[in-house]
Write a protein of this length. Structure first.
Length: 168
């Protein structure tokens, strides 16, 4: 699948442009397998640059490892009904509101585990209600990356060539 078919809204195009910028500018970091948090920080910087240039979304904040929902810890219900505290990797949102939660992103180097996929589906639901929940697997040794798109009930995996991002 080509990224144009998958990332086809204005907000997701911002994410797509940021991935392109990151691969072009910081691709060496991916290849060298630096810690995931370093890669996520770089991606968040590029997302923020594109968000701030957007007339429609310049009021949004881009945060990494953001663990709050107002003054409460961000949490989801675990598979056994237990409360699990979470820190999504990258959020594009209006802080201190649940009305403008736009994008939640989880990123991994090599694979997306079931807990992370469940986190993405739970972030689509109330009280968070993120408009888009996506997972990115960088796959340093490969010429492609995985992009996961979550609904409230499932996560679908898509393989996208890194060269598709480099053409934007």
């Amino acid at each position: 699948m080509r990224k144009e078919q998958l990332l086809n809204t204005e907000l997701l195009e911002i994410v797509s442009q940021a991935i392109s910028q990151m691969l072009e500018t910081d691709g060496e970091l991916v290849k060298r397998r630096v810690k995931e948090e370093s890669l996520n920080h770089r991606l968040a910087v590029y997302i923020e640059n594109f968000v701030k240039r957007s007339c429609a979304y310049s009021y949004l904040s881009v945060d990494i490892e953001y663990n709050k929902n107002y003054s409460q810890e961000k949490a989801i219900e675990g598979p056994d009904g237990d409360k699990q505290f979470i820190r999504p990797d990258i959020l594009v949102h209006e802080r201190n509101t649940n009305f403008n939660n736009k994008i939640a992103i989880e990123c991994k180097l090599d694979y997306m585990n079931n807990h992370t996929k469940r986190k993405l589906t739970e972030l689509k639901k109330k009280p968070y209600s993120y408009e888009h929940c996506i997972g990115i697997v960088y796959k340093p040794e490969m010429s492609y990356l995985f992009v996961y798109i979550a609904t409230e009930v499932e996560v679908t995996k898509h393989v996208i060539s890194k060269s598709d991002f480099m053409k934007t």
